[in-house]
Design a protein around this ligand. Sequence first.
Ligand code: FE2
Length: 411
Amino acid sequence: MILKNATIENSEIRKDIRVSDGIFSEIAENLIPAAGEEVVDLGGKLVIPPFIESHVHLDTCLTAGDPCWNMSGTLFEGIECWAKRKDRLSADDVKERVRRAVRLYAGNGVQFIRTHVDVTDPTLTAMKAMIELRDELKDVMDIQIVAFPQEGILSFPNGKNLMIEAMNMGADAVGAIPHFEFTREYSVESLNFAAELAAKTGKLMDVHCDETDDDQSRGLETLAARALEYGLFDKVTASHTCAMHSYNNAYVLRLMRLLKMSRINFVANPLVNTHLEGRADTYPKRRGVTRVKELLAEGINVSFGNDDLFDPWYPMGCGTMRDAAYLGLHVTQMMGYEDILNSYKLVTVNAARTLHLGESYGIKEGNPASFVVMDADNWYEAIANNSAVLCSYRKGRKLAETVPAEKKLLF
Ligand code: FE2
């Protein structure tokens, strides 16, 4: 198959893409079709690598309003709602919801998901189900699983052993939640434990780090120091880091040196953090999103995630990465032309670095032919107009397509 006249990642020059046996076999100008070869003219439409959801909690997805709505919209009422829903958690329940969520994501061109799964559950029900789903759904979605101790590692009974058990079951990354631990000592010890577990198992690490407006929440410095000392470097990700929004600038100046040395990745979740943070503020209300612009300016890798998909903590979400990027640009004030044009990277290539997808991700000859085609000439137009994902190909197989709605003006 040849896709003619593709605008690959905003490139000024249109190219043709040949896909054979599920691989990008040739990418060049004016390819000549072989006899009988299928030809699709993209007419200059934008082609980018598949979208990546670098932070979501699939085990709670699609449960908003069941059995109750979070009326205040706060984190704490979300926890109360989830406690009522958690009673009915079963493997079949998790699987049915995750399959639906994966279909939503797949329809929007997402092909890779990193999901955090709560392991502060003595039965590890959701973890077992998710590990089976990872295999079941692998032809349409790569799912990476983080063992996520929602109620703490040291502050939850048997927390350390549950983490070890989850890693032994086959989780891909070690989590932690230092700002939720009972004390600062527990917070530091939980990170020491998690870093050691990541080093021992050779797995990745992704920490819910300082997801609070408390400017004294300093999990990030400990995480970065452990990443450096254990030689884990970019295998480590700091998710949320909302407190960094509230740190004083003198402290951030000092911290930035360590962050660069540690080479850790960051994931910001603009939709959920603008919704849940700043709740203890009257006015002015803090936005609660970490310092994305400043981190990127220092050459530090940052991606955007959705965090929640229609659950007790976030009552919206339809499995698209565009919305996270769109709000993220506004709230971080990254609204310059180049910022907007290149913002697809925050939900594609930057996220690929965080997930350690390696060289096989991306549009280049020899790679698996996985890509999406947008109904736009470049990403600026795509994100600004909320353009449709016309189709999503995975290893040469078309997974989803959209026929854009047609608007008629009757005046
Ligand atoms: Fe999260």
